[in-house]
Design a binder for this molecule. Structure first.
Ligand SMILES: [Zn+2]
Ligand SMILES: [Zn+2]
Length: 464
């Protein structure tokens, strides 16, 4: 069995993608896009370092774009194999991939306008809506905890990763030339106690592990402090009479933020100011959540099914769909909460809300998710004095609050514990992390008695 590290390697967190050659078959684990500097990521996303026609199967761990977002490009370039995912992941991808195609088409339009002015050839979008819709034809859904033989000697099993709706870890039980071995891949590993979702399910046994390491050297704030901290942020913004702007990914983080606001509003702990979810995608994704109560934890199922309460849409919350409704928020007077995509502030309606609100000290920007290097979101977290939005400079005067309680990723303690409970582990590969997180994490694993730990670089190939 041969593994090619051709994705979230060399210090990258985004762009997850690994190629496995075994028993004469070629499998891809995830096929995500890179986020970051536009030109650089365009090239990285466009150029696929293998022939997509040769890939037999793609196993998709979850619907986040940094894991699924390059599938339409793969299909555009000839991939005709099967895509295995959970049911919820497939349903989420319907919205996520189409939305991503829309973004790709708009972004390239913008770039091409500039190029036309300089008499340069136009660029192609990474992929189109048609490619995204075509991709959906190749999906095959598989339940959690259900081993499935995809080819002779290759059996896959999904387990709940507890990261986002439908997310899964993967184990591949391989029998190659009469020898049995198990390769496990965490995808993105979640945390215990996250709202809505079930806790991650332990992988019991594997010989080799490819693990994410996003927070390999960090400990998160407890999820149980989320409510009181959010309460304080909302009260502060009400006292200032400003707006609370929350950049959040439409998938999962938005629903979690809504869930916590719902709890605060219901317990009358904060003034019930209006909440706007300004993202058409978030509205669509929330509908998918409602169709998959099998993925909910007991509390959410209890609310949703037994008490018939919808924790994703309560009275003081409004989903804005049209551009007109979105624009109307610019002139909205008085305190309110605006939750808008995209999460890392690279594109989408959040840019308009930031543009209109960052220069007023009455407002607060609440960061609730991971911000990759070189994104506008990261610059806001770093509280840079001047930030560029749509190419124009703006002074960052609004308060910036960062709450990492919401993180959907395992932290150092969670990762060490998870890995410690995998029996027979011989080799560990760290992916999906910046080097500052990975190196100390490797040392921590070594100190825990895991001797064979490596941090592959992009393009590395290993024989297992
Ligand atoms: Zn993810
Ligand atoms: Zn990820």
């Amino acid at each position: 069995m041969r593994v090619h590290f051709i994705g979230a390697n060399s210090g990258n967190v985004t762009g997850s993608r690994y190629l496995i050659e075994v028993n004469g078959k070629k499998l891809l684990l995830d096929c995500g896009i890179y986020h970051g500097k536009r030109k650089e990521t365009y090239e990285k996303n466009k150029n696929i370092p293998f022939d997509p026609k040769d890939i037999d199967y793609l196993i998709l761990t979850h619907a986040h774009i940094d894991h699924s977002g390059n599938i339409p490009n793969l299909v555009h370039n000839g991939f005709r194999g099967k895509i295995f995912s959970t049911f919820a992941t497939r349903d989420l991808c319907y919205h996520m991939l189409r939305d991503s195609a829309y973004i790709q088409e708009r972004e390239i339009e913008y770039v091409n306008k500039k190029r036309a002015k300089n008499d340069q050839n136009p660029f192609e979008p990474l992929y189109t809506l048609e490619d995204a819709e075509q991709s959906l034809l190749f999906f095959m859904s598989i339940n959690y905890d259900t081993p499935f033989e995809i080819a002779p000697g290759i059996t896959m099993t999904f387990r709940d990763a507890g990261h986002i709706l439908g997310s899964a870890t993967l184990t591949l039980d391989i029998e190659e030339d009469g020898v049995k071995k198990t390769l496990a891949y965490t995808g993105d590993l979640g945390r215990k106690g996250l709202p809505i979702l079930k806790d991650p399910v332990q992988i019991e046994k594997a010989d080799f592990l490819i693990t994410e390491s996003t927070y390999g050297d960090r400990f998160h704030e407890s999820i149980y402090n989320t409510e009181p901290e959010l309460e304080k942020v909302v009260k502060d913004v009400c006292a200032k009479g400003g707006k609370l702007i929350i950049p959040a990914f439409s998938l999962e983080r938005t629903q979690e933020v809504i869930y916590f606001l719902h709890v605060l509003w219901n317990s009358n702990k904060v003034p019930k100011i209006p909440i706007f979810v300004d993202s058409p995608l978030a509205g669509n994704v929330t509908e998918v959540f409602k169709q998959h109560p099998e993925c909910f934890d007991n509390d959410t199922r209890e609310e949703f099914i037994n008490n018939a309460v919808n924790p994703f849409g309560f009275n003081d919350l409004k989903y804005t769909k049209s551009v007109e409704e979105s624009k109307a928020l610019n002139t909205f007077k008085g305190p309110c909460v605006i939750i808008s995509a995209a999460g890392m502030c690279e594109h989408g309606r959040i840019l308009h809300h930031l543009k209109n609100n960052v220069e007023d000290h009455k407002n607060t920007i609440l960061v609730v998710g991971y911000m990759a290097k070189d994104t506008l979101g990261r610059k806001i977290v770093e509280k840079q004095e001047v930030i560029k939005i749509f190419g124009e400079p703006y002074r960052l005067k609004a308060d910036v609050k960062v709450m990492d309680n919401f993180s959907g990723h395992a932290d150092k303690a969670d990762l060490l514990d998870f890995i410690d409970h995998i029996k027979d582990l011989k080799k560990i590969y760290l992916v999906h992390g910046e080097l500052e997180q990975q190196e100390p994490f490797k040392e921590a694993l070594n100190a825990n008695g895991k001797e064979d730990v490596s941090i592959p670089e992009f393009g590395d190939v290993v024989e297992l």
